[in-house]
Design a protein around this ligand. Structure first.
Ligand code: FMN
Length: 170
């Protein structure tokens, strides 16, 4: 992240298009502390407004190492990057922190906020406080074709987090 980073109200974001940022450019979901944290790539999720709060939504399969961190920590962060970091995000989505030191492999620089961990190289960062979580329930599929995403019945857990801090390059 450049020296020009600023904490702003997410409503005033100049350059954040969630369809592109999440769906095309992807994000890193990170949770933990300076003692122990993990990060993984995600391209499903969202941002919006719920219960009068600015929120993010992420969907994490239970077999991810990151899942343990989201379960055991109060906060998570979403870090968004310039296109040139796509190979780094591809790597963080291919290997598990159980087997590989992703920080060593990628050269990313973690920043330890008082609430969560994010990356110096990011251009947008959302620090989110978990306020709700729930496993996807296949009985609730209205479009039954959604089941094709779950051949192993490894239904995601959805986390809704209040965006308590939004940082953007100036
Ligand atoms: C582009 C891309 C998007 C991904 N999106 C998600 C996602 O939204 N939810 C999820 O559970 N896994 C997703 N993954 C898979 C995880 O990033 C991957 O399994 C990762 O290795 C998990 O790392 P971990 O075990 O260290 O947590 C995605 C992978 C890629 C490459």
């Amino acid at each position: 992240m450049s020296e020009m980073l600023k904490e702003i109200n997410p409503k005033n974001s100049k350059n954040f298009n969630p369809y592109k940022e999440i769906g095309e450019k992807w994000m890193l979901v990170t949770s933990g502390t300076n003692k122990k944290f993990n990060t993984m790539t995600a391209s499903w999720g969202g941002v919006g407004v719920l219960w009068n709060k600015n929120v993010s939504f992420v969907f994490i399969r239970p077999q991810r190492y990151t899942f343990e961190f989201l379960e055991n920590n109060e906060y998570y962060s979403l870090s968004f990057f310039d296109e040139k970091y796509k190979p780094v995000l591809a790597k963080c989505g291919q290997v598990s922190g159980r087997d590989v030191d992703k920080i060593k492999e990628t050269g990313l620089n973690p920043v330890f906020d008082d609430k969560s961990v994010y990356f110096k190289e990011a251009k947008n960062v959302l620090i989110c406080k978990k306020i709700y979580s729930q496993f996807i329930d296949p009985q609730c599929f209205i479009d039954v074709s959604i089941q094709k995403n779950y051949e192993k019945n490894d239904y995601h857990k959805m986390y809704i987090g209040e965006i308590v801090k939004y940082i953007e390059e100036g």
